[in-house]
Design a protein around this ligand. Structure first.
Ligand code: UDP
Ligand code: MG
Length: 316
């Protein structure tokens, strides 16, 4: 009998989690005839509401439910990693708790893997209905930029919701980096991925944890984790400015020799100084972005810290 593990990162999801559980056990019921068993792993990412209590209750009444609770909020990336490290299934899915990732796609995903030999079935939203237009615009720009800059392909609208084989999950786990950008990691490991498309669904309860600023920072994480093109841009800017300055020097020497006018142009000089210092700081910033990430990697801090798991229920 094959086992499907479902990883659900949860941060302040006390309202959504019971609704999610209702839906997922319906799907699990439908899939009984396929001879698969299920495991649900709720990763409580340091929620400040009753998410942990809800997970405990669910784990008490259903032994397929497991949970891991972090000592504080480590972020969704850490929660997914913890999930992947701790599940025992042959096929592994990551799903949001807010039902934006429809569980009813699961049987189809499973069939695609079992019958058509895919290693992974991912999902992508083809619409961004219900999202602020300005956010959609920036999201589209981001995918255009990162796909130009990085060899690893990032699919526009791809969600973290996907069903993977054990082999692929082990490949992802072999990447122990601290600054995790899963969309890139999933794509980096390769394997055959089939994309299912669906219309955007709004969350059932609670609210999104992402604001514009967080998303922007996340976008930078993606770029710095999967591309070194910004460093080349810094070099290119440097070279271009050297060439410009050589030409300018030549022009000034010729002009001075021909017309003899050495001290004219103080205002333009100040502008040039401001402009060039700006460019220099910008390039130092790019180097700094890589340096700070390297710094965090070398510390080898744990990606997450566990405070409690469902094992505790058994000993109590
Ligand atoms: N999440 C998490 N840790 C965080 C932020 C979010 O585990 O620090 C979880 C959250 O509970 C949800 C999923 O990640 O299950 C996606 O979050 P959300 O729905 O807020 O993101 P959106 O769907 O708006 O992109
Ligand atoms: Mg959501």
């Amino acid at each position: 009998m094959k086992k499907i593990s479902i990883i659900v990162p949860c941060y302040n999801e006390q309202e959504s989690l019971p609704l999610f559980y209702e839906e997922i056990i319906k799907v699990a019921g439908e899939m009984k005839k396929e001879k698969v068993e299920f495991e649900f792993l709720f990763v409580n990412d340091g929620s400040r509401d009753k998410t942990l209590e809800v997970s405990r209750e669910l784990a008490k009444k259903d032994k397929r439910v497991r949970y891991i609770s972090f000592s504080r909020n480590f972020g969704k990336e850490a929660a997914m990693y913890a999930g992947l490290e701790n599940v025992t299934g042959d096929y592994i899915a990551v799903m949001d708790a807010d039902l934006q990732d429809p569980p009813k796609l699961l049987p189809e995903m499973y069939h695609l893997i079992i019958e058509e030999g895919y290693d992974c079935v991912g999902t992508r939203r083809v619409t961004r209905k219900g999202e602020p237009p300005i956010r959609s615009f920036f999201a589209r720009c981001f995918y255009k930029i990162i796909n130009k800059m990085s060899k690893v392909e990032m699919v526009d609208g791809a969600r973290d919701y996907r069903l993977m084989t054990r082999q692929m999950v082990d490949a992802i786990l072999s990447m122990k980096e601290y600054n995790r950008y899963s969309k890139g990691l999933f794509s980096f490991v390769g394997f055959q991925t089939k994309w299912l498309e669906y219309e955007n669904i709004e969350r059932v309860a609670g609210e999104t944890k992402w604001n514009f600023w967080k998303l922007l920072m996340y976008a930078f994480d993606g770029i710095f984790a999967f591309s070194t093109v910004p460093l080349s841009i810094a070099t290119a800017i440097g070279i271009i400015f050297c060439i410009i300055s050589f030409i300018a020097i030549a022009v000034i020497i010729v002009k001075t020799l021909a017309f003899g006018d050495p001290v004219d142009g103080w205002p333009s000089m100040v502008c040039i100084m401001f402009f060039l210092s700006g460019i220099q700081l910008f390039c130092t910033g790019i180097v700094g972005a890589y340096l700070s990430r390297t710094y965090l990697e070398t510390k080898k801090r744990p990606i997450y810290i566990v405070k409690e798991t469902e094992e505790e229920l058994k000993t109590k």
